[in-house]
Design a protein around this ligand. Structure first.
Ligand code: MTE
Ligand code: MO
Length: 440
């Protein structure tokens, strides 16, 4: 914990004010702050600090005097209209067609570890569908005694499990390979989300079909959309019971954009293997080398060769507050907060630097800390108003430490798209504006 300077407690109280220049939920705090500041200069109030004597509390507003709205029962509940800025967004630099589209989750506006389903990022290789669950089928074939075709009802009758896991697209943070610093953490890291998924362990369905668990070493998963999304899932992951054939997300059915009514959940593995609109599972004895494994989702190395089947998302973290596009309104206290995750297990430790990596302090990890799940961290900081470079560096329970961009480039070169898990740097300028920068 940082010890606050002497005069800090007396005069200003604890300031925790962020605003975002262009988008995001904190604009309203900025306006509230500006209003309070206006009052202060008019000589009516004490220091212009949120929580420190805004006289408006003495006037009863309309909502404290009149009748509120009656319940609305026809339709799904929605967020406050004041939160309309908190949205998934498309990157101006990326394709936005029905053949290929992607939306990014607003990480800078979220708390805790769960991504609300309506803000979950999306990646469609062909576009999304809202499939009739009564007509959807899942076939299990290949090295099995009895090939089976399941209806949704049959799958949902089986014992289910619910688990929290992150999903990250392998291309997340891909733009940062090429020095093309995009402005906000929504665009640098927003192909990342975390939900409680509910479904049946894939191993259960294989056993029901009488799978040959000696010969069967790889499962092919196939989606029902026109993208021919097919991915090889190693049985080493399936045997542990971790891989789920899921229909639930955050307590309700999956959203259409996220694969309704059925998707594969492959904890720790890059998003592309989480096949949506799942319709077929085939057990085989070798990897399939499908188009999404041979042409795409391979990593070009400095010696000209390609890495294939590098599916696990290595340990990574990002500071979400303060982050690119936000504005610090004044010097003083801030709680630096962010997300850490590892495709290999639990996050063990997160260190944070405010001087571009010269000095590091260990952040607090917020409970719960779960395997292959987002972990929230935070650390106290008193900003002295001078330029500061904020970074976070995570370590997982295998002892693996998130690399700096320089360390990553030494091994991987600069021509990659996928699997960039380097330390992210945010520059806080004297003006308070926060910018994405690359520190070598
Ligand atoms: N059937 C199908 N499954 C798919 C895709 C797709 O286009 N079609 N996209 C994949 C990719 S590349 C990612 S990153 C994740 C994205 O999941 P989401 O859209 O639920 O965030 O789904 C994967 N599964
Ligand atoms: Mo992806």
């Amino acid at each position: 914990m940082i010890k606050a300077p002497e005069n800090f407690i007396d005069t200003a109280g604890v300031r925790q004010v962020f605003a975002e220049a262009r988008e995001g939920r904190r604009d309203f705090i900025r306006s509230a702050f500006a209003a309070a500041a206006g009052v202060a200069t008019a000589g009516m109030a004490r220091a212009a600090t949120p929580g420190d004597g805004d006289p408006a509390i003495l006037e009863l507003p309309e909502h404290s005097r009149g009748l509120g709205q009656p319940v609305v029962t026809d339709g799904y509940g929605k967020p406050s209209k004041w939160e309309a800025n908190v949205q998934r967004r498309q990157s101006p630099g990326l394709t936005q067609t029905r053949q290929a589209s992607v939306s990014f989750a607003p990480l800078q506006s979220l708390f805790g570890i769960v991504t609300p389903s309506g803000l979950h990022f999306e990646r469609h290789h062909q576009g999304w569908w809202d499939i009739d669950p009564s007509r959807h089928r899942l076939m299990v074939n290949g090295l099995v005694k009895t090939p089976r075709v399941f209806t949704m009802d049959e799958i949902m009758r089986l014992p289910s499990v619910s688990r929290f896991h992150f999903i990250e697209c392998g291309a997340n943070t891909g733009m940062e390979w090429g020095n093309v610093a995009v402005p906000t953490c929504q665009y640098t890291h927003g192909m990342l989300s975390c939900s409680e998924f509910t479904g049946v362990p894939l191993i259960t369905l294989l056993e029901l079909a009488g799978a040959d668990l000696n010969k069967g070493r790889f499962v092919l998963a196939e989606g029902a959309d026109g993208s021919s999304m097919t991915r090889t899932i190693p049985m080493s992951l399936v045997r542990s019971g971790e891989v789920l054939v899921a229909y639930g997300q955050n307590g309700e059915m999956l959203r259409p954009e996220n694969g309704y009514p059925l998707r594969l959940v492959v904890p720790g593995v890059q998003g592309v293997s989480w096949v949506k609109y799942l319709r077929r599972l085939e057990l085989g004895d070798q990897p399939w080398g499908t188009k999404d494994e041979a042409v795409h989702y391979v990593d070009l190395l400095p010696d000209g060769t390609h890495r294939q089947y590098t599916s696990i998302q290595e340990c990574k973290s990002v500071v979400t507050t303060p982050s690119g596009g936000q504005v610090l309104l004044d010097k003083g206290f801030y709680s630096i907060s962010g997300l850490a995750w590892s495709g290999r297990g639990k996050v063990k430790r997160v260190d944070v630097s405010v001087d571009g990596g010269r000095n590091w302090r260990t952040a607090r990890l917020q409970d719960p800390v779960m395997s292959k799940c987002l972990t929230r961290f935070n650390i106290d900081w008193v900003w002295d108003g001078k330029p500061a470079i904020i970074q976070s560096r995570a370590m997982d329970d295998t002892g693996y430490v998130q690399p700096s961009l320089r360390q990553l480039r030494e091994v991987r070169g600069t021509r990659s798209i996928y699997h960039n898990n380097a330390v992210q740097s945010w520059l806080v300028q004297e003006s308070g504006e926060v910018k994405n920068v690359q520190v070598s």
